[in-house]
Design a protein around this ligand. Structure first.
Ligand code: IVH
Length: 684
């Protein structure tokens, strides 16, 4: 472990506690992320991490780059620097059939002048379908991480790769000598579970989903903000060594074992084969096995094991003569598109889905395939009645690869995106620049759960005790169908539900009643209008004063509100043009909810002041913070200048904080800011 030189001012007890916690966290990371065998609970892990963070905050001179606290949390970058690989990252020639594998073996044996009964040993490694990266360790410490790029130069993505928990920050000692310098090569991948988690999260937030785990992994690795990479839970499998000083390996199998010993995750399905027949047999076994893995593999890499033999075989162009990638046949089958349906997702996104004549693709019956969006359908020109090629290339969701145009009869029907939601009938809009079409109905059953959860949430109507568990039951029993129905609930409705009792039911009803006193800005936010966050809610409330006035406003009027762009204005206007939405607003009014604007407190503490936020906030979202500033008379702004009155600096604040300091602008912490706000709110 790295022991920094200057540790003055730290007692040996504290220091040994720091080292001890680091070692325990590293072991826990290794067991969890590399071995898939966690040995401590998340809570224990978190409390050790917090303790280490405390100690390091108190004794910053103890922080070393291999500390588990140093995996995340550097300010976003504006671009990646170039990174030159010491040894090039090569690519592999492909083989698509058994004969090509045998031809590869023939070439190897001929070049090596082997006797007909002699064979090199081969190492077979299932081929990960992710993206290749190189990790440089100097004296056992991770010093850089880079993408492959053109094989010679890639991008320096060290900050992002540090967040990948299966990448050791330092190599485990005492297993084998640590080389003074080594480039470890491996593949960054996403497991299927993680891929699905990310996509469903993106669906919720209205972002476009990734087509497959490889695209998602590639997109995650090349994020300028390492915190986003960290949230994606990538995995690294190590499989090769580039430049290496101070250590020699005899063969590929030894490399894999050593990488494993140093703490890397290595392919669990490697097989050493003594002949090409064995290789062909192993590849055959994998045709089916590959579909049972929790990540994508798209072939089998076959490498000559001995490094002596590898050297004798050498290279052609940019691929080694000693290795080949056998690609599993992608499972493609023809079938017919019987219909194109439209699914409405939780955020109202409309996704066209091809309804197929059921076919077996790689052992699985496929009867639906996603068509992603309208543009995809146009690009592939898929029509109802078409014969299409469907593929499951190890991927989770089958997709339509192409249309067999030769099979067209002329009776095929082009798909038209409906202009009304197939679930609730509200208008469908597709904003310019967006691939996704969406339903605008607040009471759309496809979206209702999310809409109501948002409506009741703390920053919106703040209905305490009405959370997901209760809302699900209310929806299932059809006690509510839209957000306004919450206001007709009685204790008698709620009490008989699961995990409810008289007391909790009364509490919920009281919270519901209390929420009627909501302010207009929150109510506007609570409606869940696309693009309308807390800050926009506040700006609209301030400008229009009542929901009726907002409802009557034109797109032009709305877009005159400070910070409200044309897309937001169009979205607000679209929302209020839906009769279903107006019904809900009427029901809310009948329930007694019709706030007038909470006059912006022109004399409040932030009156006329410009306030900038920087760094990561822990206790509130940026939207919430900006809303507070706005309500207390101030103007949130995004850049520091001579006219800035105050800067709120969160964690890891970067250049804005430096600039504020150099301009002498007062800076407060998140806690100080909240203190100011609560004092001001008490006074008003
Ligand atoms: S070895 C010269 N081993 O396949 C050898 N590559 O076309 C270089 N890949 O860029 C790579 N699994 O992204 C090797 N077990 C494995 C692999 C593997 C996947 C990828 C890697 C590389 C590409 C080569």
């Amino acid at each position: 472990m790295n022991k920094p030189d200057k540790l003055s001012g730290i007692s040996s007890e504290v220091l040994s506690e720091i080292y001890d916690i680091r070692a325990r966290l590293k072991r826990a990371d290794f067991l969890y992320y590399v071995k898939d065998q966690p040995d401590i609970s998340d809570a224990d892990y978190d409390s050790m991490m917090r303790r280490l963070q405390e100690l390091e905050a108190q004794y910053p001179q103890s922080i070393s780059p291999d500390s588990p606290t140093q995996r995340v949390g550097i300010a976003p970058q504006s671009e990646f620097a170039e990174f030159e690989h010491r040894a090039p990252m090569l690519s592999l020639a492909n083989a698509f059939a058994e004969e090509e594998l045998r031809a590869f073996d023939d070439r190897c044996r001929r070049t090596l002048l082997l006797e007909p009964d002699e064979s090199p040993q081969y190492v077979c490694e299932p081929k990960f379908d992710g993206l290749a990266v190189s990790l440089t360790y100097i004296d056992g410490m991770l010093s850089a991480g880079a993408t492959r790029g053109d094989g010679y130069r890639g991008e320096n993505i060290t900050q992002n790769l540090r967040t990948v928990r299966s990448i050791p920050l330092d190599l485990k000692q005492n297993v084998k000598d640590i080389p003074s310098l080594i480039e470890v090569r491996g593949e960054i991948i996403l497991t299927h579970d993680e891929f699905e988690r990310i996509n469903s999260e993106r669906e919720t937030t209205g972002e476009p989903t990734f087509a497959n785990p490889r695209n998602a992994a590639a997109g995650s690795v090349r994020q300028l903000d390492a915190r986003i990479t960290a949230s994606r839970r990538l995995t690294l499998f190590a499989y090769a060594v580039g430049a290496c000083e101070g250590l020699e390996f005899a063969n590929q199998y030894e490399v894999l074992c050593t990488l494993g010993d140093w703490g890397f995750k290595v392919n669990p399905d490697v097989r050493v084969c003594d002949s090409i027949d064995e290789v062909v047999g192993y590849v055959g076994e994998w045709g089916e096995k590959k579909d049972n893995l929790s990540y994508d593999v798209d072939g089998m890499v076959v490498k000559v094991n001995s490094f002596d033999l590898q050297t004798r075989l050498g290279f052609v162009a940019r691929s080694p003569r000693w290795a080949i990638a056998y690609k599993f046949p992608s499972q493609q089958v023809r079938t017919q598109v019987n219909d194109i349906e439209v699914n409405v997702g939780r955020t109202g996104a409309l996704t066209p889905v091809a309804i197929l004549e059921p076919v077996l693709v790689g052992g699985v019956t496929v009867s639906r395939a996603t068509l992603h969006n309208e543009d995809e359908i146009r690009r592939k020109d898929v029509r109802i009645g078409d014969t299409v090629v469907v593929q499951r290339a190890g991927e989770v969701i089958p997709e339509v690869v192409e249309v067999v145009k030769a099979e067209r009869k002329g009776s095929e029907v082009e798909f038209v995106m409906p202009d009304h939601c197939p679930v609730c009938g509200a208008d469908v809009v597709r904003e310019s620049g967006e691939a996704v079409a969406r339903c605008t109905g607040i009471a759309c059953p496809a979206q209702i759960r999310e809409t109501i959860l948002h409506f009741a949430s703390r920053a919106a109507m703040d209905i305490d005790g009405v959370g997901p568990a209760l809302i699900d039951q209310l929806l299932n029993r059809q006690l509510i169908r839209d957000p306004a129905d919450i206001y007709s609930l009685t204790v008698e409705d709620i009490e008989p539900l699961d995990r409810m009792a008289r007391k909790s039911a009364e509490k919920a009803v009281n919270a519901i009643t209390a929420s009627k006193k909501v302010t207009l800005d929150r109510l506007i936010y609570a409606l869940g209008i696309r693009h309308v966050g807390e800050r926009t809610g506040a700006a609209l409330a301030q400008r229009f004063g009542t929901l009726d006035a907002l409802k009557a406003a034109s797109v032009e009027e709305i877009s005159k509100v400070p910070d409200v762009g044309p897309a937001v204005a169009a979205s607000v206007a679209a929302f209020f043009s839906q009769p279903g939405n107006i019904d809900v607003i009427e029901k809310l009014r009948t329930a007694g909810i019709d706030p007038k604007v909470e006059a912006r407190q022109e004399s409040a503490i932030f009156a006329g002041k410009t306030i900038v936020f920087t760094g990561a906030l822990q206790k509130m979202t940026r939207d919430q913070a900006q809303g507070m500033v706005f309500r207390l008379g101030g103007n949130p702004s995004s850049s520091v200048s001579g006219r800035t009155d105050l800067v709120l600096a969160g964690e890891k604040a970067g250049s804005k904080l430096d600039k504020a300091k150099s301009l002498g602008v007062p800076v407060v912490s998140e806690d100080e800011f909240l203190e100011m706000v609560s004092r001001a709110e008490d006074e008003s």
